[in-house]
Design a binder for this molecule. Structure first.
Ligand code: S3P
Length: 178
């Protein structure tokens, strides 16, 4: 699908470990835009890690914070926005994403996701287990969420076996075709 570079926001969606934050930073650099990480802002505002938000307020509390923040981020201009992996669970969030910018879905196969999450030092403190943990959780949630990611995506990029630089480059080229 062709995209127009004059669109003011690019949202990166996808499961944990698909490289949203790394790619957001690199893509913003290509575009000469700023970039933000929604989870990071949420943690700053809450004064807690996401894991602590889950402990204190449950997943429901976290999802409320996530939706309110998304509404705000949709006002930013010339910004690449790395979203949290579960942002697509809410229908209202999906509508907002589609209305506010171009949405790029980053994918990776489950073993790659598991490997990347194991390597990421912040996983233990920032990423609460959502169901049973491990590869089973990844497969289960991907099955449930794939239709939701697909429903919002203007462009899908498989990141399996590819460095963030390569992924950012691919997205940038697609944006330029608009
Ligand atoms: C979540 C993914 C996390 C974070 C929260 C919930 C999810 O974001 O928002 O732990 O439901 O998949 P990342 O995708 O940045 O890890």
């Amino acid at each position: 699908m062709l995209m127009n570079i004059s669109d003011e926001r690019v949202f990166l969606v996808g499961y944990r470990g698909t490289g949203k934050s790394s790619v957001a930073r690199l893509l913003a650099h290509h575009l000469g835009w700023q970039w933000v990480d929604a989870d990071e802002i949420l943690e700053q505002r809450a004064g807690m890690t996401i894991r602590q938000v889950f402990e204190a307020e449950g997943e429901t509390g976290f999802r409320k914070r996530e939706s309110l923040l998304l509404e705000e981020l949709c006002e930013l201009r010339r910004t690449v926005i790395a979203t949290g992996g579960g942002v697509v669970l809410s229908g209202l969030n999906r509508q907002r994403l589609k209305a506010a910018g171009r949405v790029v879905w980053l994918t990776a196969d489950p073993p790659t996701i598991r490997h990347r999450l194991e390597k990421d030092k912040s996983t233990a403190e920032r990423r609460p287990a959502l169901t049973v943990g491990g590869l089973a959780e990844i497969k289960e949630l991907l099955r449930a969420r794939e239709p939701l990611y697909r429903a919002v995506a203007d462009l899908t990029v498989d990141t399996t076996g590819r460095a963030p630089e390569e992924v950012a480059d691919t997205i940038h080229k697609s944006l330029n075709q608009g």
